[in-house]
Design a protein around this ligand. Sequence first.
Ligand SMILES: NC(=O)c1ccc[n+]([C@@H]2O[C@H](COP(=O)([O-])OP(=O)(O)OC[C@H]3O[C@@H](n4cnc5c(N)ncnc54)[C@H](O)[C@@H]3O)[C@@H](O)[C@H]2O)c1
Length: 246
Amino acid sequence: MSPDDGARRLVLVTGGARGIGKAVARAFAQAGDRVVIADVDGEAGEKAAAEIGAASVTMDVTEAASVDSALAQVGETIDVLVNNAGVVAGGGPLVELPLEVFDRVVAVNLRGTFTVTRAVAAGMIAAGRGGCVVNISSIGARQPTAGLGHYEATKAAVDALTRTAALELAPYGIRANGVAPGPVLTPMTAGLMSDPAARAAWESRIPLGRIAGTGDITPLVVFLASPAARHITGTVVQVDGGQLLT
Ligand SMILES: NC(=O)c1ccc[n+]([C@@H]2O[C@H](COP(=O)([O-])OP(=O)(O)OC[C@H]3O[C@@H](n4cnc5c(N)ncnc54)[C@H](O)[C@@H]3O)[C@@H](O)[C@H]2O)c1
């Protein structure tokens, strides 16, 4: 763990070793919070944490035992949880999609978000000083793309969990919101975006005309977890260059 300073918030970012999660971890650290990166790739998490000035733990969000032991290692109440770990795991039309792909995406995106929220929010309630949860969803929860139905279904479910968490945790001063990006340049999408035709097809769906960078997503995540958002809970806000308008 990083230097103990109880006055600063403790932020846990799942899947923070790279991509959106790493950028979110960096943004919170730059805002003065203490940050823990929790990633299934422990080595990459450690490397990212060293770069950012954060701490790291190895956590597989699909395994309750791994979540519990990682949180025990953190050993403190978490003030802000960012459920960012997510996968696409493959793709294809629903009639062809292998069940293993479906099960994998449900395990990481939905079961993982549930498992980590359950454990962390219980700790927040016990500590009695409130807290925030920000779930990284996707505009795919609201707009279908052929071949991504398995992934989009998990993100729609994450949005439902966000609303229930907001309702159930409000009496404890804990807020829960979501951020729903459109396509973002990260290691997850790097392969796809390196194909000029595929990239142009995605760009053509975005009124503002470009694929997001991680820096387009982080400000909203930091805002939703800030005191300025104290009356906002149960929302899922898109950051998509207008794609949901089309
Ligand atoms: N990139 C996009 O276009 C895009 C768009 C909308 C939403 N999102 C969402 O944003 C989030 C981050 O996406 P990204 O593009 O940065 O992905 P990424 O693949 O670049 O990074 C994901 C990180 O999550 C970690 N991870 C994967 N499985 C895990 C597990 N079981 N336990 C803990 N950590 C695990 C990986 O090790 C990796 O560090 C995901 O939830 C994704 O669905 C991404």
